[in-house]
Design a protein around this ligand. Structure first.
Ligand code: UTP
Length: 413
């Protein structure tokens, strides 16, 4: 059977024949693109996910317990020094790898091009990728190593990201120590249970969440590359936090000393009643949970030493031991469903911007990996020291705020 017939059969099986509505009007290349896309998409997976997500909660939350944290500002000098010394032994033996998850679409920022190529308006201007690279170069010089840097892209920005690095001559970083790997994507599905067209020849898909990082590392041979380099610790973060310490000996030492395979940096949740998700133990395992699971008393509860029980929030800064990365790469993470506004090609073949959310998007989150472990270490850090992500132009995480925090930190070092 030729590919077109195969594709049509698949669509018929899943009631999605509308995706071929404009097929006859397409040119040869567009036809080929659409047919290949249909053959690549796992329709069973997307419809199974859609069915499964109809129940409100992905993971039941029966028992909630606190997950204790270390407050960086309250560590004694002796403790700090011993954690730093231990962390430095790992960095000096070149057993730390850094992973930057840059496969998101940066929808809120709406910047054309990979989000990592967005420039902070400082003198001279610096892209988010260059700022990350500066951190690595500084650590390399200090510890006389070359930290391998793994960058996760998606089909939407992979080519442009690689080109950006080529054009910038890899910011002077050793080329063989920067590795790009692409994550997967999933189609969106609308309220009538139909996949939508982004163009008359293209089904709308989106990156399937930063939780894909583990299996993507494995799929693209990056785990093997890490093993070949004798990596022991892997630090994961996003592309947009311009002041995060991505090479942090204290954080590595604290995790190693506590004998836990994973750890996260956290921020204090200033407003106990805000909807931010918090770190806790869910059913005996570390997790990040929706604060709607907490009673009013729990939201402000403290232990006998005055430490908050449920106020640690996620800032996308996680450390995993190498065996724990490998473990998760062989497991699956749950998908979460988000309801979003997405432009689609309507019955007349015209692009239509919906007035309200119209499509479901499915994503896995890196933090769902925590529940595969019995325990983890949390390190609460100061917001002004390590949290300046760029998310959009008008909200609290805009480029101007990030620039001020970046310059502030620079002046303090
Ligand atoms: P965000 O959820 O903030 O996404 O991702 P985003 O792409 O930056 O922006 P929006 O939500 O579309 O406006 C946090 C980090 O996780 C990465 C992003 O690139 C960012 O560094 N990410 C997100 C991925 O690598 N893959 C994904 O599928 C989603």
């Amino acid at each position: 059977m030729d590919n077109f017939l195969k594709a049509r059969e698949i669509l018929k099986e899943y009631n999605q024949e509308h995706l071929l509505s404009f097929y006859d009007e397409l040119d040869y290349e567009e036809k080929e693109f659409l047919v290949n896309q249909i053959l690549r998409i796992d329709f069973k997976q997307i419809f199974d996910l859609y069915e499964a997500s109809k129940t409100d909660e992905v993971i039941p939350c029966n028992l909630i317990e606190p997950l204790p944290y270390f407050d960086k500002t309250k560590l004694s000098c002796d403790d700090q020094n011993s954690y730093i010394a231990l962390g430095e032994t790992y960095i000096k033996e070149n057993s730390l790898a850094v992973v930057t998850m840059a496969g998101g679409q940066g929808t809120r920022l709406g910047y054309k091009g990979p989000k990592g190529s967005f420039e902070l308006d400082i003198v001279p201007k610096k892209s988010l990728f260059e700022i990350l690279c500066d951190n690595l170069k500084k650590a390399n010089a200090e510890y006389n190593v070359t930290i391998p840097w793994y960058i996760m892209t998606s089909i939407y920005n992979d080519e442009a990201t690689k080109k950006f690095f080529e054009d910038k001559n890899f910011f002077g970083y050793p080329k063989d120590s920067i590795k790009f790997f692409t994550q997967s994507q999933l189609p969106l599905i609308d309220i009538t249970e139909n996949l939508i067209l982004e163009e008359t020849y293209k089904i709308k898909e989106a990156s399937n969440g930063n939780g894909d990082v583990f299996s993507a590392l494995k799929r693209h041979g990056m785990l093997q590359d890490m093993k070949n380099r004798n990596i022991k610790w892997v630090f994961f973060s996003g592309v947009d936090n311009v002041i995060l310490d991505i090479v942090d000996p204290l954080f590595i030492g604290l995790t190693a000393k506590n004998n836990t395979p994973i750890s996260s940096k956290t921020l204090f949740k200033e407003d106990a009643n805000s909807p931010d998700w918090i770190f806790a133990k869910r059913n005996g395992k570390p997790a990040i949970i929706n604060s709607s699971h907490l009673s009013t008393d729990m939201k402000i509860a403290k232990n006998e030493n005055g430490y908050d029980l449920y106020r640690e929030i996620n800032m996308l800064a996680h450390l995993f031991s190498m065996p724990s990365v490998e473990l998760i790469a062989n497991r699956s993470l749950p998908y979460h469903r988000a309801f979003k506004k997405n432009t689609f090609v309507n019955d007349e073949g015209m692009k239509q911007i919906p007035e309200s959310p119209n499509t479901f998007k499915f994503e896995t989150f890196i933090f769902d990996a925590f529940s595969y472990f019995d325990d983890m270490v949390l390190l609460r850090v100061n917001k002004e020291d390590e949290f300046a992500p760029i998310k959009d132009f008008n909200g609290p995480h805009n480029p101007e705020v990030a620039k001020d925090l970046y310059l502030n930190k620079l002046n303090r070092i």
